[in-house]
Design a protein. Structure first.
Lengths: 134, 296
């Protein structure tokens, strides 16, 4: 599981639906969730997670996309399977795994050390816990 | 306000256990008592009813003491002096008395008895003997009978567990109507989360004789972990690899499910592990699996 840390900078809500804004080494992240655990507050550090199958990769991207989370990253390694491939990405201090079809890997000509953007929808980012000591 | 602060040593199947419960229940509340079997739920209900003694403790209902085992003289009102109604899982009706007779045994007030029978939809059957009734009808008679004494506290010990799901839904509605119509404080032992969610304003969970959870039904019953709103525990049976994926087979309830594990999850898990499967409230797809509950 992709696990990483980010600092909560804002919480908006509409009823029990919450939109949490976080800072991930300079990149703004958004996470949407129903009721939040009590410890969630501005300034707290959250451990976040996302399934590799929910992590998209964009290369030489231009134009607008609805993904709230677009994190600059560098390709670290590629495990190529017959139908699916795992791309390991390096984003500052954290690394991500992305599970994509081998077809996409070939079409996009992804190679190690290339600069790409990691894209994650706000609804697919999960809060694991609030870290008491960071 | 009902204040319960009691202590009793129990000698159960799994050895000795101290039932130690401190609870405040607001007048008119609907409280569900949950917990594994042997956790002390039924004993607590029987103590409230005056059917069991305690080693020490106090039960105060409004400004009246029902029980004070600590004071010199000691107070322990007998069941008939406590304003309670009790419904058991097995109906406990008098077989030789008609439906109406069962109600009138509690109090000779025919008008009130008929009003109650109307509330639970049994007016037509008031002259029948219990043997001529279905399980759901019998339990409705016990419910009506429990209300005959206009109880301050209605105690329900898994009243619906012997009934099928359709009947349960109907009886849940009857219980709620009676609870609301008479402003009774109701304490119900239940194992069924949907029943507790529908009926109870508060859920109290007992474990080994102690209160371990006490809060709003949704707060207590919703399985969450961080922002995961959809979480189940199960046993990991197998991990197998296909292409670059690891797939875990997990047994949950009486079903097997398959989930894709990523490499770090797979490396930390072994078959036989008890795992928690979770996803955010956004991910699951929902569709109707069978016909809606029958309307009775």
């Amino acid at each position: 599981m992709n696990r990483f840390y980010a600092k909560i900078t804002g919480i908006q809500n509409s009823g029990n639906l919450h939109l949490v804004t976080l800072d991930f080494s300079g990149t703004v992240l958004k996470m949407i969730s129903l009721d939040l655990p009590q410890k969630v507050c501005e300034g707290a550090v959250a451990e976040l997670s996302v399934k590799p199958s929910h992590v998209a990769i964009a290369k030489d991207f231009s134009g607008e996309v609805s993904y709230s989370n677009r994190i600059p990253a560098r390709i670290e390694g590629i495990e190529r399977g017959e139908l699916l491939s795992i791309v390991t990405l390096d984003a500052g201090e954290e690394s991500f795994e992305s599970l994509i079809t081998t077809g996409s890997l070939l079409r996009m000509e992804l190679k190690p050390r290339q600069s790409v953007k990691v894209m994650i929808k706000a609804s697919e980012l999960s809060l694991v816990r609030i870290v008491d000591e960071y | 306000m009902i204040e319960i602060d009691i202590c009793k040593r129990l000698h159960g199947a799994s050895g000795e256990m101290d039932l130690e419960v401190k609870l405040e229940i607001k007048q008119g509340a609907f409280v569900a008592l949950a917990g594994e079997s042997g956790s002390g739920k039924t004993t607590l209900l029987r103590i409230l009813a005056g059917l069991e003694t305690v080693d020490s403790g106090v039960i105060r209902v409004g400004d009246k003491k029902w029980l004070d085992a600590g004071s010199k003289r000691g107070i322990n009102l007998p069941p008939q002096k406590r304003k309670i109604g009790f419904v058991f899982q097995d109906y406990a009706l008098f077989p030789n008395m008609s439906v109406l007779g069962n109600l009138l045994y509690v109090r000779k007030d025919k008008k009130f008895a008929q009003k109650l029978l109307e509330l639970v939809g049994l007016s037509q059957l008031q002259d029948r003997l219990p043997a001529a009734l279905s399980g759901g009808q019998k339990q409705r008679v016990s419910l009506a009978r429990a209300m005959m004494g206009r109880p301050e506290i209605l105690l329900l010990d898994e009243p619906l567990s012997a009934l099928n799901p359709e009947l349960r839904a109907k009886l849940q509605q009857d219980i709620l109507s009676l609870h609301e119509a008479f402003g009774t404080t109701t304490v119900m032992v239940s194992h069924d989360p949907s029943e507790m969610y529908r009926l109870a304003s508060r859920v109290v969970v007992l474990n080994h004789g102690k209160v371990v959870r006490n809060g709003a039904a949704k707060e207590v019953l919703l399985h969450t972990s961080g922002s995961q709103k959809f979480s189940f525990e199960g046993e990991l049976l197998e991990i197998y690899k296909v292409d670059v994926l690891n797939v875990g087979v997990v047994s949950i309830g009486n079903q097997l499910v398959e989930v894709v594990l990523d490499s770090s999850e797979a490396s930390q898990l072994r078959p036989g592990d008890i795992v928690s499967l979770g996803t955010k409230a956004f991910a699951p797809l929902v569709s109707k699996a069978r016909k809606k509950r029958m309307k009775l």
